[in-house]
Design a protein around this ligand. Structure first.
Ligand code: PGA
Length: 241
């Protein structure tokens, strides 16, 4: 596991964008695994700037997002469909048919989960997976527990995650309690992984990700088993290392 410590959020975002751009420039038809949340917003802004400067072309890129809330319509401003469209997709030349996000409104959720995995497989697997991290060590919505999902599944969010994500919703009871999330093996099968973290509230999780045992109660610790993982973190997130 490689760890890059940047001074602040801005330089963390820029570094992440540079690594992602290198991937796309080396392999224009890359399959990217994408994350939502406040952490990657700066990276998306940097990528949009690079696109406008002609430094990156997304016309052949295929993307798969990590997760989506269950039963939150895509037009809801807190859905990850909306987030991706507003923060990234609408600003660059990705073909809409090449962007994939689990569909939280489906009736047959097991079929959707199976189909999502199958689409990733048919695309040739993920070349570069971008991850954020929860303060509880979750990646995607793989929450700490005695067991972790291998593949894409409907998951129950922990109280900690619901509480943390309530900052985006009008009230706590508006936060969906379930989500569709890709599983741990789906993430670990990516050829390269970059994990972004910023701020003191991520420092404990980062310490356990790097120095702790591999433990299902810290899902991010499983990244220790992956041969090509790079953590890009700011000084605050690195403060307990
Ligand atoms: P954040 O969320 O980037 O909004 O902190 C990260 C996560 O929960 O995975």
């Amino acid at each position: 596991m490689r760890v890059i410590v940047e001074n602040d959020y801005q330089s963390m975002s820029r570094k992440a964008a540079l690594l992602l751009a290198s991937q796309v420039n080396l392999k224009p038809n890359s399959v990217l695994g994408l994350a939502t949340g406040s952490t990657p917003e700066g990276m998306y802004q940097e990528l949009v700037k690079m696109y406008h400067r002609g430094e990156i072309d997304f016309s052949e890129v295929v993307t798969f997002n990590l997760d989506e809330y269950y039963k939150l319509p895509p037009e809801n401003e807190e859905s990850y469909h909306y987030y991706m469209h507003e923060n990234f997709f609408k600003h660059v030349n990705l073909h809409p048919e090449n962007t994939n996000i689990p569909r939280g409104m489906v009736e047959k959720v097991e079929t959707e989960c199976w189909y999502y995995e199958e689409k990733i497989r048919r695309a040739g697997g993920i070349d570069l997976q971008v991850l954020g991290i929860g303060s509880n060590g979750h990646i995607g919505f793989n929450e700490p527990g005695d067991r972790l999902n291998v593949t894409t599944k409907l998951v129950e969010l922990t109280e900690e995650t619901i509480e943390s994500n309530s900052r985006f919703f009008d009230s706590l009871d508006k936060v969906p309690r379930k989500a569709i999330s890709v599983g741990m093996a789906t993430i670990l099968k990516a050829r390269r992984i970059i994990l972004l973290a910023s701020g003191k509230n991520k420092a404990e999780a980062i310490k356990k990700t790097i120095n702790g045992y591999v433990d299902t109660r810290i899902p991010s610790s499983l990244l220790q088993t992956h041969p090509e993982t790079t953590l890009i973190i700011d000084e605050e997130a690195a403060s307990l290392l």
